[in-house]
Ligand binder design. Structure first.
Ligand code: HEC
Length: 152
């Protein structure tokens, strides 16, 4: 009797422990706004896999097209975005904060934008929480470079 009680308590303890562990890994924490150093980012980008980025782009696809002459959707078409000032996709009605900004899109500025758009440019209208992993952002940016006609 006492023994089985002990076992029960042990199982209960394990359960608490397990759920505590599960909480640790839960995606409750907000995405990191910390962007890695330029050198680290360059290294990540050099090793990036655009095919992995293609999968990550599923998060963007409802709102953005990438091909030349593609439609503006909820968000602007992104063809030619690298090296271009923010807010210049033809025929798209941007928010004032984008239009007033002096951002020029590069791998580095996109990395900060995609980490958390609302921190990078408060008040913009892109409803997207951000991508937490710097490696994921690098893969996605490599895919964007490939698909939007970025010059190497
Ligand atoms: C729910 C729709 C939505 C999603 C999802 C979304 N975007 Fe956007 N995006 C927008 C909107 C809207 C704007 C314009 C924001 C403004 O005018 O303030 C924008 C703007 C941008 C811009 C600036 C374009 C320019 O011409 O200046 C880039 C780059 C961009 N998004 C990339 C992405 C990427 C990459 C993803 C996926 C990780 C993504 N967006 C996900 C809606 C979205």
């Amino acid at each position: 009797m006492l023994n089985s009680l002990r076992v029960c308590l042990a199982v209960l303890g394990l359960g608490v422990l397990l759920s505590a562990c599960a909480d640790d890994g839960a995606p409750a924490a907000p995405p990191s706004t910390a962007v890695v150093s330029p050198a680290e980012f360059q290294a990540l980008l050099a090793a990036a896999d655009p095919d992995k980025g293609q999968v990550l782009f599923l998060q963007c696809r409802a709102c953005h097209s990438l091909e030349a002459g593609g439609a503006n959707k909820v968000g602007p078409n992104l063809h030619g975005v690298f090296g271009r000032k923010a807010g210049l996709a033809p025929g798209y009605a941007y928010s004032e904060v984008i239009l007033q900004s002096s951002i020029v899109w590069s791998a580095a500025t996109l990395d900060e934008w995609l980490a958390r758009p609302s921190d990078f440019l408060p008040g913009n209208r892109m409803v997207f929480v951000g991508i937490r992993s710097p490696g994921d952002r690098a893969n996605l940016i490599a895919y964007l470079q490939r698909e939007t006609g970025a010059k190497p």
